[in-house]
Ligand binder design. Structure first.
Ligand code: AMP
Ligand code: MG
Length: 418
């Protein structure tokens, strides 16, 4: 009789963690880095805000006109019939009218210009008849029309942006409107990554039979760069005890996090596990997910360590689902759940109950405006084209079996993952 060990083929595994539990443990184990740096406003894009921004001013600073027209006193506007008002001057953006406006008077005003004292309403130019220095205004206007109140966008004393926010183009504009030219942000996270495997060759070297190019270091580099990390590529580490040990020791120095790929399955040449057991406090998890069941996590020296599976799609799935949210927390970002949508699947989705699956797919809007999703071909964990063609994950819950076309499924768009 042949004894069977647990393998990647099994779908139910009592020792496995759910994805939610794995993420909960990861997030609980890390805290934000402490360093803060002050950067010029333009350089703060995509950085994580380190302190709340409280406005010291009103935006807009003055009550101003929302349209081109005439600034009038609301009391002068007729309930019926018409009224004539004398144009006593003008208020342009940057050149306000300097005096108070009396009853029976009005001021020519342009969009953005300060409302003259005494006025509270703008009648748009298309609704008046102008003859020399007089205008005639009819009924149907309301006091307060076409005016933007001081502080209506941002009131002085108000918290405009909260610490923990990754700054967007709109945020930069907002900060500029407050006159803020320097922004306190968390320092960049220093992340090292490496690949393990005797079969791996760098680009530019000939492949002998059985060898493959190392692609994981390119996906990892790209995903980390997008997150704004300061990355160190530590290259390929051979499946060898001494090489693995020295690579991990080196990696932990001067980095906040270290990410390895490969070498965590039950292969004979997998030294990662024993090296880590010797070096640090590391846990080996089986996560009830597909692809990407084995996950190693812990600490070596001062660095958090993530040991990802070797298969190229597993690397990306585990990075997006676990590493990215954990690094975001280390970067000081306020944790948030990624966007999840519902869409109708056009494809039949093969699945066995037991693990949560992250199938790669294309999310589209059909002719009727309905969200639909179709899988990108074969879903093997080594098939990187399935990931490259996709713009989302279809997330199928653990207990789900195969899913028929026409069924509503959960979809996580890549755009929400950075
Ligand atoms: P392992 O976990 O080391 O057994 O690797 C699982 C599978 O992923 C094997 O087929 C490896 O050849 C492949 N693999 C591991 N590392 C890489 C890498 N850096 N680039 C591409 N494929 C890899
Ligand atoms: Mg390997």
């Amino acid at each position: 009789m042949i004894a069977t060990l647990p393998s990647c083929e099994d779908d139910f595994d009592r020792d496995s963690l759910t994805c939610d539990e794995a993420l909960r443990r990861l997030l609980a184990a890390v805290s934000p880095v402490e360093g803060i740096e002050k950067v010029p406003l333009r350089a703060s894009l995509d950085r994580v805000l380190a302190e709340d921004v409280i406005s010291t001013v009103n935006v807009p600073a003055h009550t101003n006109s929302a349209m081109d027209g005439y600034a009038v006193r609301g009391d002068d506007l007729p309930a019926q019939g018409t009224v004539e008002l004398r144009v006593v001057g003008s208020s342009f953006a940057g050149q306000p009218y300097p005096a108070a406006v009396k009853s029976g008077e009005c001021v020519r005003i342009m969009t953005g210009a300060v409302m003259p004292e005494g006025t509270d309403t703008v009648v748009i130019q298309e609704r008046v008849e102008r003859r020399e220095d007089m205008i005639r205004v009819g009924s149907g206007h309301k006091a307060g029309d076409n005016v933007r109140a001081a502080g209506e966008d941002i009131a002085a004393g108000h918290t405009v942006l909260k610490a923990g926010r990754r700054l967007t183009p709109a945020d930069l504009g907002l900060l500029a409107s407050l006159g803020i030219g320097t922004v306190p942000v968390r320092r960049r996270l220093r992340v090292a990554f490496l690949s393990t495997g005797d079969e791996l060759k760098p680009i530019g070297e000939e492949l002998a039979p059985g060898e493959i190019h190392d692609s994981n270091r390119y996906t990892l580099h790209a995903m980390l760069t997008r997150m704004g990390a300061e990355v160190t590529d530590l290259g390929i580490v051979r499946d060898d005890r001494a090489a693995t040990l020295s690579a991990f020791e080196r990696a932990a120095q001067g980095h906040d996090a270290v990410i390895s790929s490969g070498g965590v399955s039950v292969g004979e040449a997998d030294y990662v596990k024993e090296t880590l057991q010797a070096l640090g406090q590391v846990q080996f998890w089986k996560v009830a997910m597909k692809p990407g069941r084995p996950l190693t996590f812990g600490r070596i020296g001062d660095a958090m360590f993530f040991g990802l599976p070797g298969n190229p799609v597993s690397v990306m799935v585990t990075f997006y689902q676990f590493v990215q949210p954990t690094l975001r927390k280390m970067m000081g970002e306020t944790p948030r759940k990624p966007l999840l949508l519902k869409a109708v699947t056009r494809s039949r989705l093969r699945k066995k109950p037991g693990r949560m699956e992250f199938q790669r797919a294309i999310l589209e809007c059909d002719e009727n405006g309905k969200l639909t999703v179709s899988k990108t071909g074969m879903q093997g964990s080594g098939i990187l084209t399935s990931m490259s063609q996709a713009n989302c994950f279809i997330i199928l819950p653990m207990d789900s079996g195969a899913v028929e076309p026409g069924t509503l499924v959960d979809v996580q768009p890549f755009d929400g993952l950075i």
